[in-house]
Design a protein around this ligand. Structure first.
Ligand code: URA
Length: 259
């Protein structure tokens, strides 16, 4: 690290700066934060350079030689990129479509090589992972890995008294499709609808809507709030996104057996 750039000491001259890069910018290159998040994280002391907290986002560091830690995790250029989005209603979960896709919600500079992990219906909102990592995508979607996906469904109509037991026992849909055991729990009310928490370990077409229909209800609103170890951050509004934090990625990869 160029120590003279840290802690308010005189700035290095042009020669010294060769090959150096601002700390906040390097964090964005690593793919672990947007520029705004990087500045905030550095100021809050969450970033260490060669073992010491560095609170100056403009500090110049050497990407080749300095060890950068974010929340204690050593950072390096990532082969893959990982974003978390709160998908808004109305966007299509696809890379290209004639209608607005989730990729269209990202600045063009971020889109290259990204694809959504799994599908959410056009009228579903909530947690969606976008990545360039095909292996992680497979691990999260493969029915054999049993990664849990959790939804909050706003439902009209009365569910059958044995609905939760039927979910737990492996519900059979109206068309005869057999579902894996799933969890159904009441989760309050919202806008006059009964909210049900549904946890699945597979991802069939319109699965939550069809399971709820099979026990007598109608899904009016649907929001995904968790995938494996990842939960939808409270402050992330529909349409907003951010890179996965190092710790979130680490836990997700180890949960899916990819690390
Ligand atoms: N189940 C559904 O019915 N729709 C979704 O978008 C996701 C799960």
């Amino acid at each position: 690290m160029n120590k003279s750039a840290i802690g308010g000491m005189p700035r290095p001259d042009r020669k010294e700066r060769d090959g150096l890069i601002r700390l906040d910018k390097l964090l964005t290159h690593f793919g672990c934060a947007t520029r705004r998040q990087a500045i905030d994280a550095v100021r809050r002391g969450r970033v260490q350079v060669n073992g010491a907290a560095c609170c100056d986002p403009a500090a110049k560091v050497d990407p080749e030689r300095d060890e950068i830690r974010f929340d204690g995790v050593v950072q390096s250029y990532q082969k893959n990129r990982y974003l978390l989005m709160n998908k808004p209603r109305g966007a299509i979960t696809a890379v290209t479509d004639r209608r607005e896709t989730v990729l269209d919600l990202l600045p063009e500079s971020e889109r290259r090589g990204l694809f959504p992990v799994g599908r959410l219906d056009k009228d579903t909102e909530g947690l969606l992972i976008l990545t360039t990592d095909g292996q992680l995508c497979h691990a999260l979607m493969s029915p054999r890995r049993h990664v849990e996906k959790v939804y909050l469904a706003g439902v009209s109509g009365e569910l059958a008294p044995d609905a939760a037991a039927r979910f737990a026992g492996g519900l059979v849909l109206r068309d005869g499709t057999e579902c894996r055991p799933a969890t159904l729990e009441p989760a309050g009310t919202e806008d006059g609808l009964t909210v049900w928490r549904v946890a699945l370990r597979e991802g069939k077409y319109h699965q939550v809507k069809r399971m709820i229909a099979a026990v007598g209800g109608h899904v009016e609103t649907l929001r995904r709030v968790a995938v494996g170890t990842l939960t939808l951050p409270e402050g992330l509004a529909p349409g907003e996104w951010r890179p996965l934090l190092p710790d979130e990625l680490k836990r997700l990869l180890s949960h899916t057996g990819e690390e």
